[in-house]
Design a binder for this molecule. Structure first.
Ligand code: FPP
Length: 255
C-alpha cells in the first residue's frame, strides 16, 4: 500500500485529488474516549480506566508503526478536562508524569519523535520540563511522528493564532491581504504537522470535542463502538481498511 497522496501537505489538498482508495492514511488522529465507562463497567475507580488507557496508547503506537502510519496524534487531555474533580486531574497528570519518566526512552528506541500541542503552561514546572526534554531528545527520530495533545482546545488555538496575526498586522510585519490558509495554518501549534487524513473517536460518541477543528477540515471521520482501554491493533487495522474504502474528493468531483 502507498501513503496517501497529498496527505503530507499541511493545507487543504489540491481539489483535483480523486481519492485515497487502497491507501494508508499518513496521519491518524484519535480522540481516546471511554476510560471512565470502562472502569465503571468493572466497578473500578476511574483512574484504573486511565491506566488501562495508557496501555492502549502503547498498543496503538506499535500498531501505527507496524501498519505504516507515520503521523499519529492522540488527544490525551483537553482544555475542558481541567474542570474535572481535582483528584481525577491529579490522577491524569500523575499518569502523564509517570509516562514521560518511564516510557520516553523506549519510544525513542522505537524511532518515535514526540511533540506536544496545547497550553502546556498549565502543567506543573517539572512536567513542563519533562515535556520539553521528551520533545528535544526524540527530535531526530523519523519512524513515527507522535503528537500528544495536552491541555488542548482547538478554538483557543485558533484564537491565539488570530491574536498573533492581528498583532503582526498592527506592527506592519504582515499584510492582511497576503494572509492565506497556508499562512494562517503556520500560526497554529501544528505548524509542520500534516493535516490528519483520518480522525477516530472511540466509545461510540460522535463529536469532535474541540479537537483539531482547523486541521481536520478534510479528514475522514470514524466513530468506533469500542471503549479506549479495549482499543487494540485489530480495531486500528479495521479503521485503516475503512479509510481505504472511502473516496476522498476534498470538495471536488472527478471529471
Ligand atoms: C477520555 O475518557 C480519556 C481521557 C480524558 C484521558 C485520556 C488519557 C489516557 C488515554 C491515558 C494517559 C495517556 C497518556 C499519553 C499518558 P473519559 O474519562 O472521558 O471516559 P468516559 O467518557 O467513559 O467517562
Amino acid at each position: 500500500m502507498v501513503v496517501a497522496r497529498g496527505a503530507a501537505a499541511r493545507q487543504a489538498p489540491e481539489p483535483a485529488a480523486t481519492g485515497d482508495a487502497g491507501r494508508v492514511p499518513a496521519h491518524v488522529a484519535i480522540i481516546m474516549d471511554g476510560n471512565g465507562r470502562w472502569a465503571a463497567a468493572r466497578d473500578l475507580p476511574r483512574v484504573a480506566g486511565h491506566r488501562a488507557g495508557a496501555q492502549a496508547v502503547r498498543r496503538t503506537i506499535e500498531a501505527a508503526i507496524r501498519n505504516g502510519v507515520t503521523w499519529l496524534t492522540l488527544y490525551a487531555f483537553s482544555s475542558e478536562n481541567w474542570r474535572r474533580p481535582v483528584s481525577e486531574v491529579l490522577d491524569l497528570t500523575g499518569l502523564l508524569r509517570h509516562y514521560l519518566r518511564n516510557e520516553v526512552a523506549e519510544l525513542a528506541r522505537q524511532g518515535v519523535r514526540l511533540r506536544f500541542i496545547g497550553d502546556l503552561s498549565r502543567f506543573d514546572p517539572d512536567v513542563q520540563a519533562d515535556l520539553r526534554a521528551a520533545a528535544r531528545d526524540t527530535a531526530a527520530n523519523t519512524r513515527l511522528n507522535l503528537t500528544i495533545a495536552l491541555s488542548y482546545g482547538a478554538r483557543a488555538e485558533i484564537v491565539e493564532a488570530a491574536r498573533r496575526i492581528a498583532a503582526a498586522a498592527r506592527s506592519g510585519t504582515l499584510d492582511p491581504a497576503g494572509l492565506d490558509e497556508a499562512a494562517f495554518g503556520a500560526m497554529l501549534t501544528t505548524d509542520g504537522i500534516p493535516d490528519p487524513d483520518l480522525v477516530l473517536r472511540t466509545s461510540g460518541e460522535q463529536r469532535l470535542s474541540n479537537f483539531l477543528l482547523w486541521q481536520a477540515a478534510y479528514a475522514e471521520l470514524l466513530f468506533l463502538d469500542v471503549l479506549w482501554p479495549d482499543f487494540a491493533e485489530q480495531h486500528f487495522v479495521a479503521a485503516l481498511e475503512q479509510f481505504a474504502r472511502r473516496e476522498r474528493r476534498f470538495g471536488a468531483r472527478p471529471g
